[in-house]
Design a protein around this ligand. Structure first.
Ligand SMILES: [Zn+2]
Length: 349
């Protein structure tokens, strides 16, 4: 069975009224943790690799690990996604490798740091959409600029500096034809998101709801949406870590998003915290151990636990068997004949 197109996976999520976690991978243990959680909860999954991950692991390893997952768990639909592509060539190489989805983050210039103009964003994203859709591959764009920096990618800032303007989001969707759209509503990449439990002053759920009303067919994406739970912070600090107190995006806010068009939720930090806490615990409690399996196994289990919980909370649990992945040729045809066109002027909003 082939990898599933992310577009099909998100269309199914929209039909079912649930969200799908997109979990970042850098190595085999993370892919294994995600797949065991997916099996446990019978969830469709999005596995995503950032530019940093593709460099760290060599992307061919990551891609073939995902193919191995596809062989081992034939009942689970798996989409493979490029997270934060910074330029056309990054997306092109991911597509040529076999990724079924790419994010072209044209909200920043190719340096991955400097905010780009609206016109620059439209131009590069449109170019990726043309290339990707001809090959049946899904495209996520970004409008507005997220806060923080992760893997060297990001403009920094508080998250409130470049909140998405709903009018611009509509124009962007119309001019690019993206399948999915990441919007900036105050969320921030990394562990240090908020200095207190976020409320409407820092997390603009009203903006998200306004955008969904005007773009009902474009799947919305929440980035920087780890919840950074206190118990995971505590384990790290209990065993010698030095995390400062911090708050993430509460799960109930994500669930409000899911009721309002959010179909993809990016989670990375929570898994990093779970892995690091588990490894620190082994090191602190049994310093005589030196077999990497002694700490990688509990690390993998800790990540599986977090992923399985998020799959339940996002509502994707139990939906693995709802559909079979369409062949890529069907996606190519759908883009060519307009049946997959989500532009507001076409879907009549
Ligand atoms: Zn992101």
């Amino acid at each position: 069975m082939a990898l599933v197109s992310m577009r099909q996976l998100l269309d199914e999520a929209a039909k079912g009224g649930y969200g799908v976690g997109a979990f970042n991978v850098n190595d085999m243990e993370q892919i294994q943790a995600i797949m065991e959680a997916a099996k446990e909860t019978q969830s469709p999954v999005i596995v995503q690799a950032s530019r940093g991950a593709r460099q760290f692991a060599q992307d061919r390893y990551l891609f073939h690990l995902t193919l191995a997952a596809n062989e081992l768990y034939p009942e689970i639909p798996i989409a493979m996604h490029q997270d934060h592509g910074n330029r056309f060539d990054t997306c092109k190489s991911a597509i040529e490798l076999g990724f079924t989805s790419v994010m072209m983050d044209g909200s920043l210039k190719a340096d991955g740091k400097t905010p780009a103009s609206f016109e620059e964003n439209v131009e590069v994203t449109r170019k990726v959409v043309d290339f990707a859709h001809e090959r049946g591959v899904t495209v996520e764009g970004e409008i507005g600029v997220l806060g923080g920096v992760e893997d060297g990618h990001g403009a920094g800032g508080s998250g409130l500096d470049h909140i998405t303007d709903p009018d611009q989001a509509v124009e962007f969707a119309e001019r690019t034809g993206v399948d999915a759209l990441a919007i900036a509503i105050g969320t921030i990449h990394g562990a240090y998101k908020f200095t207190k439990k976020p409320d409407g002053s820092v997390l603009k759920m009203d903006v998200l709801i306004a955008i969904h009303k005007r773009l009902p067919k474009t799947h919305l994406v929440m980035h920087g949406s780890s919840s950074v739970p206190k118990d995971l912070q505590d384990i790290i600090n209990q065993y010698g870590g030095k995390l400062k107190e911090t708050w993430g995006v509460p799960v109930e806010e994500i669930q409000l998003g899911i009721r309002n068009g959010v179909r993809k939720i990016n989670v990375d930090t929570d898994n990093r915290l779970a892995i690091t806490g588990a490894i620190r615990k082994v090191f602190a409690e049994t310093p005589e151990k030196f077999d990497p399996r002694d700490y990688l196994k509990p690390a993998r289990e800790a990540m599986q636990k977090v992923v399985a919980l998020r799959m339940q909370q996002f509502g994707q649990a139990g939906h693995a068997q709802d559909y079979k992945p369409l062949p890529i040729t069907a996606m190519i045809k759908g883009y060519a004949d307009g049946t997959l066109d989500t532009r507001p002027s076409v879907v009549g909003v």
